[in-house]
Each structure stands twice: as structure tokens, then as C-alpha cells.
Design a binder for this molecule. Structure first.
Ligand code: ATP
Ligand code: MG
Length: 654
């Protein structure tokens, strides 16, 4: 096995045409011979009725995939495997919060999902009804998602870390018939009661769900509302042996709605279909993740995010793999816990986020060497830019390829990465890779709206319609918002905008430079905050950094940096902080030029992030400019902004 995927850096330029040929042809076919290509991929899943039409794009930008076909997501994830692997592991639930560990075989998962489905039916849920799932990372959360899919109900998972305000707005938008929840979650050993938050959210919401189905973990007492609240325990007992067959639904039937992370503003309700999604996931498991039946997949995400939907629950199970659902922190009981799980369950494919790797980077690196990781073949990282030092550190520590992949809640599966399952290809540091099959990726000039075809030109990353299978159908109940938000941002062109800014090199590799609203303009020079961050994170004592553009009377905007030191023990005096600040500025001067030099580099204990671990630059920028940071409902720890406020405030004093 090749242990290092980075065969060349972006600077060298050795021949690589040879490998590109097969994948390039694969990709070309997916665009120019779309129908035949996706008809072939449709064979990867089971259909009750074969599709009559592969793609209906008669009403752009709305794409309807596999029209006339009927299928079921739960059937493809669970029932389909009973024939060959009923007694193999399907769902491995591990909680370091409650010290529980339980493996469900496909047979057992099938039974649990039917019990949950029978309970939902008893509570009145029917095909097309919404079920909101507000759950910690426990096995029952996966049962609930699969049970919804089984009976054709539309699930809307809301991240368990959200408080009642965020939950209430999502209940109002989804109008669920039933909410599935639990008494509590737990984080870092601290119990977080969910039930009072749910009660408050229902009180706040104009829409009132008819029923709540509650898992009692024995962590926190629950006040039950008579007539509305039902406990999972007794309902499960009642339906121990109630068979619930899969409901065959149209390929275009809505499987779920899910909100984006809210990094740039109010979250958008992404709506997904059934058939296209199942095919897209099956194909990605084959060509991108290379997961084999019987192997174990471990994604450290949460079911509240799109990665949790695609690559904790549906993708691995559709591929016949066992999937780990982990409730706990990456550093508790110690920073070896993930690797201990990799050893124990012989994980072959792992999926995480750069932010989580940066957390580990602050811990003792010996943990990376403590366990037998010989089963592990690759680590996939997504969600935010992967800086080169972090990629190097984890790649060398684990001795496996690190595969950056770029996508969005909207797309459901990677837009840019490397499809080693089609053809082995080298990665480049800092680049998530090349356009995946099905995605006709374009770079569009922000100023002229023209397509940029040459190498090394910066533009907005856009996708020519139709979006491939698995991508969003529309914004839930708001077709106009779907069209206006995503397809109308480039004047005169109907093209999907990712709102990310990128560049393509001469080998066709893309580099994501940041969000379109993260571009800063210093005295007429347009700079991506990402470039400056990438440079600063190369300093040996910088663990993490965020750069924002701050209004400046002279230059229009200047860059301002907020960094977390790897070792802050020496930063107790102003002099020490200024010295490090000076070093960072010098580094930027030497690598990017003085124009990119931040006006200030502040050292903070933590950066403001969404609950999904993404930098909240807009909030950081607002506070740095002394403005109101706006909607902070998706923010993780408010203390992060408070420190920024104090530092900037103190610096502004004469
Ligand atoms: P919102 O759209 O509500 O502001 P969000 O964009 O953070 O929230 P997600 O769909 O979770 O919501 O995140 C997708 C975004 O994350 C991408 O558009 C991109 O900005 C960033 N991203 C994801 N993967 C990568 C990656 N591998 N490299 C760089 N950026 C990435
Ligand atoms: Mg987004």
C-alpha cells in the first residue's frame, strides 16, 4: 500500500498525464454522456421499479433524477444486506460519555428500525409527513432516520447541541407531525438535558407537533406531557415483532430536509430526493471512499450535519459496511480514543474535519503511534480548508493518505476530491482535488461573469446544471429562494454558485481560497483570507488562525488576524505577545508581501466557531469592526467572541 498520497508538491511538475487519462475520460462521460453514465450507476442500488427516465431537466434549474423509478433508502441501507450479511456488524454504537458500546448486526438493525417505524406509524406518521429528530449520537437516532426512510416520512435532523431558539425555528419550518428526542445528551462528561429544551422550543414554535417519541437514557428526569409525549421503551416492547415493510417511493420523493451550518447567515433548508441520493452515495462509496462490504467506516461527524447523513448513516450502510456512531470528544478519556476504536473495530476508512485534527495536534503526538492502525487505508477530511501543516502532521503521524474533499450540505457528496476508486491519483497539499464525475465545475470571473478557462485564474466555483444525483432538489417549500440564492448570483447565467472562491492550476486541481464574502480589498489588492491564514499557520507556534478584513480609513480594508498559539505558556507578557506578532507579520511579508500583512495579530484562547466547527468569520469581522455580530444561534462558545471584543477594544484605546 502506498502510505503517502502526496507524491508531488504544487511546485514540482512531473508528468502526470498517464494517470489522468482514465479518470478524465470517466468524468467526461459523466457530463457529455450523462444519461448512459448515470443509468450505469443506478445499477449500484436496488429498485422496485426501474426508472423510466434518467434525468428530467426540462425545467432548469430543477433536476429530477430517475423519474418513474421506485425504491427505498432503508431497503438499500439495511434489508438488501440481510441475504448476504445478516449477522455482520452494521451499526457500532460507542459512547465514551456513558461508557456504552454495542454492535448491531444487519439483522438486529433491521429489527430495531422496524420497531421504531411501527412506533412512528402508531403515532400517526404517514408517507410525506415530517419527523424532526433532535437527538444525541446514540443508536436510536440512526434507527429513527432509517425508520422514517422506511415508511416514506421526511426526516429533519436538528443538531443535538442546539438550544431551544434554533430548534423552535426549525420546528416551525419543518412542521413535523412527530419529534423524536431523548432525555439528554452528554458532552465532556456533562449531562445536557434535551427534554426541557424541546419543551421550550415547542412552546416557542407556532407549529405544535402532535407527538414526541422520547428515548429515556436514564441521564436526566423528564416531565412528560400527557397525550403528547411517548416513551420509546414501552412502544418498542409493544412492537418487538411488528413487521413494517419498506414503502416503495418515487425516486423523486423527498427523503429529508437539513439546514446548512449558518456560517454566512441564516441557514438554508436543503431538500433531498430518494433515488438520486441513494445512487450518488453508492457511487461515492465505490469511487471515492472505496469502502468494501464487511469493512468498518468511522466518521467522527454528527448526524446533525450532512456528513452524518451521507457518511455515518446512509453511505456506509448502503455499501454493506459497518459504521461507527461515536458519542464523545476526540480527547476523552485521552487523545488516543479514535485510534483505539480504529484498532478495535479494524476501521478501514475514516472521515473527519480539519478542525478536529487541529484539536489533536495540540495533544501528545505519541497517541498516533500507540495503536495498531494497519487496517486504516485513508483519512478523508472535509468541511473547511485543510492547511498544509495540519495535513502534513496527520499524514505523517498516521502513515495513511489524507484525502481532502470539498462539498456542501447542498450537494450531499464531494464536488472536488480524488476518485482513487476509478484511478489512483496523487493529491496536492492545499487542494481538495479535481471535479468529481457528474459535476461540471466552472470558474466564473466575479467582475465580468465570464468563464475562466486558463490556469491560475481566480474565480467563483460554480456548477453548470443539472446538478448531479444526490444534490439538493430545492430549498424546502421555497423554490424561489433556491433559484434566486443559488442560480442567479452571476448575471445573465443560470449556473449554480457555491459561493466559494477558487483557482485551478494547470493540472486541473482546484484550490479553494475562501468564501466569496471572505475576499478582502487592501488598497485595491484583492486577497483571500485563506491565503493569509495558510501562510500564518506555517508558523511553528500557531495552532489555528482566522483572518478577517476590517474597515480602514486609509486602505479601505486591512487584514486582521486572530490566532491560537500551540504553546501559550510563554505568552504571559505584552512583550512576548508582540514578539510573536512580529514574527508572524514577518512571515506574511516574506511569503505574500507586505500588502497582505495583518494590521494586528491577536492571540486568543479559542476562535468563534459554529457548532459544526467552522470559523464564524462574519461574527469575528463584525466584532473587530465594533458592529453587532448578528445571528449567533449556530455558534459554539460565546466566550470566544467576548475575548475578541476585549482585545480589539483595548487595542483601540489610545
Ligand atoms: P451556510 O451556507 O449556512 O453559511 P456553511 O456553508 O458553512 O453554512 P456547509 O454546507 O456545512 O454550510 O459547508 C459547506 C462549505 O464549507 C463550503 O461551501 C466551503 O466554504 C466549506 N468547505 C467544505 N469543505 C471544504 C474543503 N475541503 N476545503 C475548503 N472549504 C471547504
Ligand atoms: Mg454554505
Amino acid at each position: 500500500m502506498d502510505t503517502h498520497n502526496y507524491e508531488f508538491s504544487s511546485k514540482t511538475d512531473k508528468p502526470r498525464r498517464a494517470w489522468m487519462s482514465r479518470y478524465a475520460e470517466f468524468h467526461r462521460r459523466s457530463i457529455t454522456d450523462r444519461e448512459a453514465f448515470w443509468a450505469e450507476q443506478a445499477q449500484l442500488i436496488d429498485w422496485q421499479q426501474a426508472p423510466k427516465q434518467i434525468c428530467d431537466y426540462s425545467n432548469p434549474p430543477f433536476a429530477r433524477w430517475y423519474v418513474g423509478g421506485t425504491t427505498n433508502l432503508c431497503h438499500n441501507a439495511v434489508d438488501r444486506h440481510l441475504k448476504d450479511r445478516a449477522d455482520q456488524a452494521a451499526l457500532i454504537y460507542v459512547s465514551t460519555e456513558t461508557d456504552e458500546e454495542k454492535t448491531y448486526s444487519f439483522r438486529e438493525l433491521h429489527a430495531e428500525v422496524q420497531r421504531m417505524a411501527a412506533s412512528l406509524l402508531e403515532l400517526g406518521v404517514r408517507s410525506g409527513d415530517r419527523v424532526l429528530i433532535y437527538m444525541p449520537m446514540i443508536a436510536e437516532a440512526a434507527f429513527a432516520m432509517l425508520a422514517c426512510a422506511r415508511i416514506g416520512a421526511i426526516h429533519s435532523v436538528v443538531f443535538g447541541g442546539f438550544a431551544s431558539g434554533s430548534l423552535a425555528s426549525r420546528i416551525e419550518d419543518a412542521e413535523p407531525k412527530v419529534v423524536v428526542s431523548a432525555d439528554a445528551g452528554s458532552r465532556g462528561g456533562k449531562v445536557v438535558a434535551y427534554k426541557p429544551l424541546l419543551d421550550e422550543a415547542i412552546r416557542l414554535s407556532k407549529h405544535k407537533p402532535a407527538a414526541a417519541l422520547l428515548v429515556d437514557r436514564g441521564l436526566s428526569p423528564m416531565d412528560l406531557t400527557a397525550g403528547r409525549d411517548h416513551l420509546w421503551g414501552p412502544l418498542r416492547e409493544k412492537h418487538l415483532n411488528t413487521p413494517v415493510p419498506c414503502e416503495w417511493v418515487d425516486a423523486t420523493h423527498i427523503s429529508y430536509t437539513l439546514y446548512t451550518s449558518g456560517t454566512t447567515g441564516k441557514p438554508k433548508g436543503v431538500q433531498r430526493d430518494t433515488g438520486g441520493y441513494a445512487v450518488a452515495l453508492a457511487a461515492s462509496m465505490k469511487y471515492i471512499f472505496e469502502g468494501k462490504p464487511g469493512e468498518t467506516y468511522f466518521s467522527t461527524s454528527d448526524i446533525g450535519w450532512v456528513v452524518g447523513h451521507s457518511y455515518i448513516v446512509y453511505g456506509p450502510l448502503i455499501a454493506g459496511m459497518a459504521t461507527i456512531m461515536y458519542e464523545g470528544l476526540p480527547i476523552r478519556p485521552d487523545a488516543g480514543i479514535w485510534w483505539q476504536l480504529v484498532e478495535k473495530y479494524k476501521v478501514s476508512r475514516m472521515f473527519s474535519a480539519p478542525t478536529a485534527v487541529r484539536v489533536l495536534k495540540k495533544q501528545d503526538p505519541a497517541f498516533l503511534k500507540k495503536y495498531d492502525l494497519s487496517s486504516l487505508k485513508a483519512l478523508y477530511l472535509a468541511g473547511e480548508p485543510l492547511d498544509e501543516p495540519t495535513a502534513q502532521w496527520i499524514s505523517q503521524g498516521l502513515g495513511v493518505p489524507i484525502i481532502d474533499n470539498y462539498w456542501q450540505t447542498e450537494t450531499g457528496w464531494p464536488i472536488l476530491t480524488i476518485a482513487n476508486g476509478v484511478e489512483k491519483a496523487p493529491s496536492k497539499f492545499g487542494s481538495p482535488g479535481v471535479p468529481m464525475y457528474g459535476y461540471d465545475v466552472k470558474l466564473i470571473s466575479e467582475s465580468t461573469g465570464e468563464e475562466l478557462t486558463g490556469p491560475d485564474q481566480k474565480g467563483v466555483v460554480a456548477i453548470e446544471g443539472p446538478l448531479p444525483p444526490g444534490c439538493m432538489q430545492t430549498v424546502w417549500r421555497d423554490d424561489a429562494r433556491f433559484v434566486n440564492t443559488y442560480w442567479k448570483s452571476i448575471p445573465g447565467k443560470l449556473v449554480y454558485s457555491t459561493f466559494d472562491w477558487g483557482i485551478r492550476d494547470k493540472d486541473g486541481y482546484f484550490f479553494i481560497l475562501g468564501r466569496t464574502d471572505d475576499v478582502i480589498n487592501v488598497a485595491g489588492h484583492r486577497l483571500g483570507t485563506r491565503e493569509i491564514e495558510e501562510c500564518i499557520s506555517g508558523h511553528p507556534n500557531v495552532a489555528e488562525v482566522a483572518v478577517v478584513g476590517v474597515a480602514d480609513q486609509l486602505k479601505g480594508q486591512v487584514a486582521m488576524a486572530f490566532a491560537v498559539a500551540k504553546d501559550a505558556s510563554g505568552l504571559t507578557s505584552d512583550a512576548a505577545r508582540l514578539k510573536l506578532e512580529g514574527e508572524v507579520m514577518k512571515l506574511v511579508d516574506s511569503q505574500l508581501g507586505a500588502v497582505a500583512r495583518p494590521s494586528r495579530v491577536f492571540f486568543v484562547n479559542l476562535l468563534p466557531k459554529t457548532r459544526s466547527g467552522k470559523l464564524l468569520r462574519r461574527a469575528l469581522q463584525a466584532v473587530a469592526e465594533g458592529r453587532d455580530p448578528g445571528d449567533l444561534t449556530t455558534m459554539d462558545d460565546p466566550a470566544a467572541l467576548q475575548q475578541v471584543r476585549e482585545l480589539v477594544g483595548a487595542a483601540a484605546k489610545p
